[in-house]
Ligand binder design. Structure first.
Ligand code: IMP
Ligand code: MG
Length: 180
């Protein structure tokens, strides 16, 4: 087990590249089946979801569109509980079958804040696809339709997820070492 150092903290291997990729292609196959004959609009939430969104989207079959928004509520390893919209939605979602793509649901605050804005624009449907979910940390109830991995309430980095800006380029997911 090779730990990696990101800023001042050590992280240990948690989900391998192969495990991540296998699960994503399986979830993408399910989504493709569910949206057969439709033209879903994927809305990926930056920054954390960019790698997951790319790998998931590559495995979607049939017509599909993708766009990106930027929401952020994190600083360091703790949620600030304050969500800012840094880049808004530039695509008309009215009447669309929307699939939100998020890296991780932690407290649930980010999506809890964003969903009403989305519903305001009257999409035909909204489903949520996440790479990771920390059920023990979730305080805002969110109905997750496609979840790749439910994980313990420990901070993770890699595969798009960062610790204060670093660690996103790791191909695997690493978990904070030690207690906490
Ligand atoms: P929530 O609003 O508390 O659900 O947090 C969602 C956002 O916090 C995610 O989109 C991530 O960007 C970030 N986040 C939550 N947990 C972690 C983690 O363990 N590592 C890195 N980022 C995280
Ligand atoms: Mg995120």
């Amino acid at each position: 087990m090779t730990a990696v150092k990101v800023h001042d903290k050590y992280f240990v291997p948690f989900l391998s590249e192969e495990t991540i990729q296998q699960k994503i292609s399986a979830v993408a196959a399910t989504i493709s089946l569910d949206y057969q004959g439709k033209k879903p609009l994927f809305i990926a939430i930056l920054n954390g979801s960019f790698m997951f969104a790319a790998d998931l989207f590559k495995h979607i079959s049939g017509d599909a569109e993708i766009c990106f928004i930027k929401l952020a509520s994190y600083k360091g390893t703790r949620s600030t509980g304050h969500v800012v919209t840094a880049i808004g939605l530039d695509t008309d979602v009215t009447g669309r079958e929307v699939v939100i793509v998020e890296d991780i649901i932690d407290t649930g605050k980010t999506l809890h804040n964003f969903l009403p804005q989305l519903y305001n624009q009257q999409p035909a449907s909204v489903k949520i696809a996440v790479l990771l979910h920390k059920p023990e940390a979730t305080v805002y109830p969110i109905n997750i339709n496609y979840c790749c991995f439910a994980i313990p309430n420990k901070f993770v980095v890699g595969y798009g997820l960062d610790y204060d800006g670093l660690g996103r380029n790791l191909k695997e997911i690493f978990q904070l070492q030690g207690e906490e």
